[in-house]
Design a protein around this ligand. Sequence first.
Ligand SMILES: [Mg+2]
Length: 330
Amino acid sequence: MRKGGVTEAAAEKSKRPRAAVVYHPAKIDLKRLKAAVNLVLEPFDWQSTLWLPTSAQETGGPQAKRALVMGATHLVVAGGDGTLRQVVQAVHDKPVSIGILPVGTGNILARNLGLPLNSVNTALRRALLGELRPIDLGKAVMLFSDGKRLTQIFTALSGVGFDATIMINTNPKLKRRFGWIAYFDAGFKTLPAAFEHLQLTVDDRAPRKLKVHSVLIGNCGFLPANIKVMPEARLDDGLLDVAAVGPRRFHNWIALLSRVTIDTRFMHRLPGGTELMRVTRNVKTLENLTGKHIELVTERPVNIQLDGDPFGKITKVTFDVLPNAMKLRC
Ligand SMILES: [Mg+2]
């Protein structure tokens, strides 16, 4: 074939979409997943799908960048919250859409988006062929006690304080089994927690001092068990939501979280649930806070987590919303 013909053929080929699946090999039945992707893409003349497993050394970001170099236009993340965060951080500003195949037990973003958790075919169809929906991301600039500084992206939720300590102390087996959201909930109910003294500043409002177990910064809501925290938080409103977690006991921390809704039918079925409802109804909740820029300064080094990944102890962190920063396909 003439050289010109080859170039033209290559150019024509490169216009065709290309899917790339970044997957967590321990959480995926690869044979089954390949069959499902082939089924979804069968009617279309796309380029061959790229398959990129994550590893302990490369947890998703390098794979996503490699996929782009190889011409990927549609990324699918088949992994947990950690893998998704790594991929989003690496390529959210590149010309590629990102879809989610929820795998594992956390999937906080997928749950917020109402993605199917138990249907691989439906989830894949939405991740590959669904509409483009830009959503916000959170950016955290962390200052650690040793003076180091680190900037990281999160998709759903960050926490400073006891919730991050739970992540660090979580037995990996338990985390795999119950997911970090469930463990978070369990931790608050059962583990002794210290108070942290934090100074919180939201946008240009006056700083306020908090004595809390945790401060949660949400790009979207948060759903341990049947309880929804920050139900008004939206993934595309250009705002981050703040919730402060106060006292240790379960009914108290529910009451003091801002923006909490409880599935009342669920609560009434719980042992003591009705009593819990009666008690919490009368407890004053903290002020709800939303903003574009949030700053936290701690009195002593405090643990931080982003989408369930612990990062160590910070003395200061700023959070900024990045509006419409992720080209989500769902
Ligand atoms: Mg928001």
